[in-house]
Design a protein around this ligand. Structure first.
Ligand SMILES: Nc1ncnc2c1ncn2[C@@H]1O[C@H](COP(=O)(O)OP(=O)(O)OP(=O)(O)O)[C@@H](O)[C@H]1O
Ligand SMILES: [Mg+2]
Length: 353
């Protein structure tokens, strides 16, 4: 199953440990419209760290997601599905030029030093981004074989055709990074319920991704432990107060400070890695936050202040019409960034990003 497959119209399916999201787009006149959409919360332990633990519950919930979809039109039989960040790897690799017929062997030879998992345990896909007499630049994607196989099997069993399995970072970049090759480097941070992904894009191309164990659920657990609230109240307190000193008498600021420091330290590591490991690095122009955690009050200003960088919250509706602003509120829209990016792939199959 190629990770960068080229297929016809399909809908996007974002699978997270705690939810399923569906988006099918259509191109009408000049604007891209949302045709079909839906979201469903999964029962606990149906999926753990991207691994489908309970196939029966997954299938039941997937069928419910499809049956209760909102919008208009017919759902495609073809699906473009996200792969969990923690079970994938993406890196832009540069190495000395070699004849085309030796390229595959060369990549196999140098990849193990970059890959965090064993090469025989992953499916690989590579795209040559540029090539001259001196060097070749290749974008390499790797995905855990057992995860890919299990996703294909389960989607097949529901009667849908998984035409492409895509890395979350690729889907997000397609949606929120301008499609032009004269862009300054930017760092994108997807803060979800279960994990956080950071990736660096330069000239609109992802250079590398890393995953962090920071998550919305972990923050809730921290609030629960420190303030003795149950998880539901912890979630409410997190949303109501965030890092805003003027809210809740700054009660959560201290609880969040370790998490925010960890996030900032990771961003600094990403910037240092880019400066030291890539040729001709430019200055990072901005950070873009997405995923539900991007909604945390004052998180963007806390990062901006500490790193002296512009920090934005993503705008998923830059090039797509929001079909229902009472459903897709600004907050909920952040959670749909991956699904919308997958949906875009469904109507723009010819482009990788
Ligand atoms: N206003 C807010 N302030 C703080 N956190 C928020 C806010 N709104 C949503 N969140 C958090 O965002 C998280 C959900 O993000 P998202 O929907 O992107 O996750 P997911 O895609 O389901 O999970 P993952 O990508 O981690 O597998 C939850 O932990 C939720 O508490
Ligand atoms: Mg997510």
């Amino acid at each position: 199953m190629p990770l960068f497959d080229k297929e016809e119209k399909a809908f996007g399916l974002d699978i997270s440990d705690t939810s399923l999201r569906l988006v099918q787009l259509e191109k009408k006149t000049k604007r891209t419209q949302v045709q079909l959409y839906n979201e469903l919360t999964l029962p606990k332990d149906c999926i753990r760290s991207g691994e489908i633990i309970d196939s029966k519950t997954f299938s039941e919930n997937f069928n419910k997601l499809v049956k209760t979809k909102l919008g208009h039109g017919t759902l495609s039989r073809e699906v473009i599905c996200s792969l969990p960040e923690s079970k994938t790897f993406l890196k832009f690799i540069e190495f000395p030029a070699c004849p085309e017929d030796q390229l595959k062997d060369k990549i196999q030879e140098i990849l193990p030093q970059h890959l965090p998992m064993a090469i025989e345990d992953v499916y690989l896909d590579c795209q040559i981004m540029s090539q001259d007499a001196i060097s070749i630049k290749v974008l390499v994607a790797a995905s855990s074989k057992p995860i890919v196989d299990s996703y294909v099997k389960i989607l097949d069993s529901t009667g849908f055709i998984p035409v492409t399995l895509e890395l979350e970072a690729v889907a997000i970049t397609r949606l929120i990074v301008e499609n032009n090759n004269n862009l300054e480097p930017q760092i994108i941070i997807d803060i979800g319920a279960n994990r956080t992904g950071i990736f660096l894009c330069d000239n609109g191309i992802i250079k590398f991704t890393i995953g962090l164990p920071i998550s919305g659920n972990k923050i809730n657990e921290l609030i629960q432990k420190t303030l003795g609230l149950d998880l539901e109240k912890s979630e409410q307190a997190k949303i109501a107060c965030g890092l805003d000193r003027n809210k809740c008498h700054g009660a959560l600021e201290e609880i969040f400070s370790a998490t925010v420091s960890e996030l900032i330290a990771s961003i600094e590591k990403v910037m240092a890695f880019y400066q030291n490991d890539f040729s001709n690095p430019s200055k990072i122009a901005k950070i873009v936050l997405c995923g539900g955690g991007a909604n945390m009050l004052d998180l963007n200003s806390a990062i901006a202040k500490k790193l002296n960088l512009k920090v934005e919250i993503s705008n998923p509706w830059k090039n797509i019409v929001n079909p229902n602003s009472s459903y897709f509120t600004p907050q909920k829209s952040q959670s749909f960034v991956t699904a919308l990016g997958l949906g875009l792939r469904g109507i723009r199959p010819e482009t990788f990003l």
